[in-house]
Design a protein around this ligand. Structure first.
Ligand code: APR
Length: 320
């Protein structure tokens, strides 16, 4: 069977890391696309030259021509600008919306059968715009946010409890921003829910609240430390987990920014929800029950995403 083809639209910090991870995991041949001349070519060659030592078989190509993504099975989109200290993800909207238009058109023309994973921020609005601009089926266009937010939550919890990250599961819903909703009831250490662990004296409610807030601020914490850009190792790893679920038809249940029409009382919008990812793309949405408090937090997050979508429509009336 021929190798899969993975197109990375944007060859910056996340794009380069995606290419490296995809090669190390032998997910397929890799095309790095960017408008910056030389960057995708340089990164592709550099990673290819790590192949002999690492022992992976993958062809890497860097390009400034969309024609080279032809027939891609997966496209992962990081094109755009990242935030700097003091900026929120929402501050990127104006610039990155224009980028989504050109990327959407490029994918529609050259890789219309791909599973598309958007990482560009502000995520929930950008993935919505990318689906509209590309015209690809909604179940094949998805945003990476929940896997990363959950990974950050899991990391902090594993440190707090001094247990293996492998045994910590966590659930984060809603938009990828300050209003995201880490669901403690559905987050566990090997099946023991976090509220029970508080009762067992493994942590305190106060500490848990602090971890929830640190998760919400997880992206800003990295931006504050790096000063010149935003996180890239964990975002790339999270998107690769989603790409692998699609390419290997793993039917993983992963929180993603998916198109929700009907479930959770929503009428056709992108927001972070639990989804099954398999060969069909987003194959199912798990419409979990929420308590009144959780629902209120989720509604707040949904309203924040709706505000961003309205801002996109005001900038580009073709999206109305
Ligand atoms: N088409 C293709 N690539 C583009 C375009 C475009 N229209 N506009 C910009 N780019 C490229 C830039 O040339 C750059 O190489 O996108 C790349 C972005 O890389 P970085 O600036 O290193 O940003 P990165 O850290 O990878 O983050 C990318 O992901 O998490 C989000 O907020 C983050 O929106 C940002 C995106």
């Amino acid at each position: 069977m021929a190798r899969s083809k993975i197109a990375l639209i944007g060859a910056g910090q996340i794009g380069g890391t995606l290419a490296h991870l995809a090669a190390l995991k032998e997910l397929g041949d890799i095309v790095l696309f960017d408008i910056s001349e030389g960057t995708p070519q340089g990164k592709a060659l550099d990673i290819a030259e790590s192949g002999p030592s690492e022992g992976f078989d993958a062809i890497l190509k860097g390009t400034n021509d969309y024609a080279d993504i032809a027939g891609a099975d997966v496209c992962i989109v990081t094109a755009g600008v990242p935030r700097k200290p003091g900026m929120s993800r929402d501050d990127l909207l104006g610039i990155n919306l224009k980028v989504m238009k050109s990327v959407g058109e490029g994918i529609a023309k050259h890789a219309p059968n791909a599973f598309v994973i958007c990482i560009t921020n502000p995520l929930d609005a950008m993935v919505w715009a990318l689906q509209k601009f590309s015209g690809l089926p909604a179940e094949k266009v998805v945003g990476m946010a929940g896997v990363l937010d959950s990974a950050r939550f899991r990391h902090f919890l594993s440190v707090e409890f001094n247990v293996s990250m492998k045994d910590v599961t966590a659930f984060v819903l809603g938009g990828h921003g300050d209003t995201m909703v880490p669901l403690t009831r559905y987050s566990t250490v090997a099946g023991i829910p976090l509220p029970d662990l508080v009762e067992m004296g493994w942590t305190t409610q106060e500490k848990l609240d602090g971890i929830v807030q640190r998760t919400r601020d997880g992206g800003a914490e990295i931006v504050g430390l790096l000063k010149t850009g935003s996180a890239f190792y964990a975002p790339a790893t999270s998107a690769i987990e989603m790409a692998e679920a699609y390419l290997k038809d793993q039917k993983r249940l992963l929180p993603c920014a998916a198109y929700v029409d009907g479930a959770f009382g929503l009428n056709g919008m992108y927001v972070g929800v639990p989804t099954i990812i398999g060969a069909g793309g987003i194959e199912r949405i798990a419409a979990i029950k929420m308590t009144a408090d959780e629902q209120a937090m989720f509604d707040n997050s949904v309203n924040a995403v709706k505000g961003l979508v309205e801002a996109c429509k005001a900038i580009d009336p073709s999206l109305v």
